[in-house]
Design a protein around this ligand. Structure first.
Ligand SMILES: Nc1ncnc2c1ncn2[C@@H]1O[C@H](COP(=O)(O)OP(=O)(O)OP(=O)(O)O)[C@@H](O)[C@H]1O
Ligand SMILES: [Mg+2]
Length: 307
């Protein structure tokens, strides 16, 4: 079966800026895929190329086997893109915008029911007749999501859909996106909320300075941090001084709270506790934490910066 998205050797420059430097990526049909990376990594550039909004300098990109340049219309039809920037026509109402979008894809009255359903699912129903101009940022974002889905695209790409969106809408949006995924849609998501990516995405690529620096299942990425754990200790009294042996392990210290970063091979929890006890410290409470996606992400992208 053809992949949902195929990206081969893609380069893109903006003047002196090398936004993409040889990106290769396959996203399978039905995947929930996360595209992560720091600001300026090239995520939106890649998405714009996919959408036909930016032109690649070299390489090839296809959606469901349709080349985004040669077979532009079929590729575009297969895609629903929620852009990062809020672009909208202020003079139309929500319902008008969605029906116009349906018309753009050659859909007629038969899409009306789906437009109503989309507005309902995204909490837009009571704003259906409101002009876009008067909507709040979060409401406009909902319209962009609905607009991307009007033609029922099999591949849905969301570029930071939850930026500036309140908690309730985020949850509503994720319920809806999960439903689409459950119905067999391929989902590609970029977000800076790594806990969202951790709870939703099955596979993740980390893009940094125009290159993919990690591509793995979520479990695989998390496992990269598994040789480390954080140990938090609360002491009964504030410490005057830390036993010198523990200094290299200390991550931070705030009043009675000490947080240590331990490497599983070399440092043991018992070792830390013994050293504290030998120094006459009484421990009130302690807990350990496994690294999350954010820890792994920071480590990988920092490593890249040092290189
Ligand atoms: N239209 C453009 N003209 C000039 N430079 C651009 C343009 N679009 C992007 N760039 C540059 O290309 C690089 C990649 O930008 P891009 O928007 O793809 O990053 P991003 O990963 O989406 O970042 P963010 O997380 O901030 O959205 C940046 O250095 C950016 O300044
Ligand atoms: Mg972006």
């Amino acid at each position: 079966m053809t992949a949902a998205v195929t990206i081969r050797g893609v380069h893109k420059r903006y003047g002196q800026v090398r936004a993409l430097r040889g990106v290769d990526l396959d996203i399978a049909r039905g995947e929930f895929f996360g595209l992560l990376g720091p600001n300026g990594a090239g995520k939106s550039t890649l998405i714009n190329i996919l959408a036909g909004l930016a032109r690649l300098d070299s390489g090839q990109v296809a959606v469901l086997g349709f080349d985004v340049i040669r077979d532009y219309r079929q590729a575009r039809r297969a895609l629903g893109i929620v852009p990062q920037e809020l672009v909208y026509d202020p003079f139309f109402s929500v319902r008008e915008v969605l029906n116009l979008q349906a018309g753009y894809f050659g859909l007629g009255r038969e899409s009306r029911g789906w437009v109503e359903e989309l507005m309902q699912a995204l909490g837009l129903a009571d704003k259906a007749n409101a002009n876009l101009r008067g909507l709040s940022g979060g409401m406009k974002r909902r319209v962009l999501v609905a607009q991307a889905l009007v033609h029922r695209p099999p591949v849905v790409v969301l570029d930071e859909p939850t930026a500036g969106v309140d908690v309730e809408l985020r949850q509503q949006l994720w319920r809806f996106i999960r439903r689409l995924h459950g119905d067999g849609h391929t989902i590609v998501l970029t977000t800076h909320y790594l806990e969202e990516a951790e709870s939703l995405c099955e596979r993740i690529a980390i893009l940094d300075q125009g290159q993919i620096i990690a591509l793995d299942s979520k479990a695989g990425l998390l496992a990269r941090g598994m040789d480390r754990q954080a140990l938090t200790v609360h002491t009964v009294d504030p410490l005057d001084h830390l036993p010198p042996a523990l200094e290299p392990l200390l991550k931070h210290r705030r009043g009675n709270e000490l947080v240590f970063q331990l490497h599983r091979q070399t440092d043991s929890i018992a070792g830390v506790l013994d050293a504290l006890r030998d120094a006459g410290v009484t421990i009130a409470d302690l807990h350990t934490e496994k690294p999350d996606l954010e820890d792994v992400f920071l480590e990988l992208t920092r490593k890249e910066q040092r290189a």
